[in-house]
Design a protein around this ligand. Sequence first.
Ligand code: AMP
Ligand code: ZN
Ligand code: ZN
Length: 432
Amino acid sequence: MSRKNGHGNALKSRFHDNFRRLFLSTALAVATLTAPAIQAQMPSSDGPPPLILVSIDGFRPDYLNRNVTPNLNALAATGVRAEAMHPSFPSKTFPNHYTLVTGLRPDRHGIVDNTMEDSAIPGVRFHYSNQAAVTDRRWWDQAEPIWVSAEKNGIRAATMFWPGSEAPIQGVRPSEWKVFNGKLPANDRVDTLLGWLDRPVAQRPGFLTLYFDNVDHAGHEFGPDARQTTAAAQLVDAAIGRLLQGLEKLHIDANLVIVADHGMAAISSARAIRFDLIAPAGSYRMVTSGPYAGIEAAAGQDGILAEAILKPHDHMQCWRKENIPPRLHYGKNPRVPSFFCLAELGWVIAPNAKAADRTIGGTHGYDNLAPEMEALFIASGPAFERQVVLAPFENVDVYPLMMKLLGLQALPSDGNLTPFARALKGARPALK
Ligand code: AMP
Ligand code: ZN
Ligand code: ZN
């Protein structure tokens, strides 16, 4: 089942042991769950089977070891799973969701943060809760997401939430899309997606997304190790079970790619870095703060700010954007602020005492290679081999995989298909 890859650490080997135990104990359930899918017949159609991209925001792969996710464990055991998937930097929601559907790292696709400014879009601050911003194609137009390519090639796309899906990117929206509503229950999201699939083949979407935020919300509020986070994983797993049952009822043998955008690390007010005690008041403006900080110097204050922050600090390192270490692939995009500070994992850069005191629960955004930032990857369906465990790979590779599953030529990206060599079934008519 498991293969060693030389990236081992305590977290991962615990994962392997637990996974093996879990695999044995759930083998029977797995057989029951998959039997109908094998018999299911695809309605006759020229195109490939529908591809459903599911994101469970903030789901770390080790959450599978908590014995509350039978559906995800069954899919992981019978289909393809990665030991881990590395997010792109910064390990935040909007940057990584756009990476997953473009194959580009945030510096290249332009969604460099959940909060951004751009002198080419003056007077506006991008934030995921700013409806005017998320629907403004100018923020998204530096890349072409898979649903735009699909629609351009005659494959209908339907998005049950996904960052970017509300904007007419390059003038194209998915055939079906929804205004984001974080309060919509997980099961309702599943039912909406199943409704889109319950159509004659000619009108059925060929590419769909499904998004769950419960696990991320609990992770932030209570931390990755809290029972509330485990309960959220259980709730989303049940929604996945509902999806599988619904597909079975519709006799649709879809390809499922289930991912997370990043992991989660525990934080504490005992690990807050007071930025206001480091940089002189009036010398800067913070664009973002938290696991990292993006900072602009106040007018005429560049030298003073640089002197205060570009020296060694406990639990934090700062750079001018052009000097951010190359392995983070970050800083070339004009939307990245001029100065950038990154906290050590589990530490938080706080603008003031109040923010420092409020530091509880969990967060993400850290170094994308930190084990705690690792993300879930499971794939299952007619295009995939069975019982394959992949060595860790980067999330930029998901885009070329999905384009292949749709039979489309991938646009130039930062990803490639190499990690999936053992995961994909051999020559299939649908896989050009
Ligand atoms: P963060 O965990 O800080 O990176 O941000 C995640 C937040 O983004 C969560 O509160 C989600 O509810 C929110 N979110 C996820 N998708 C969307 C979307 N398509 N539109 C608006 N907000 C979203
Ligand atoms: Zn997220
Ligand atoms: Zn989050």
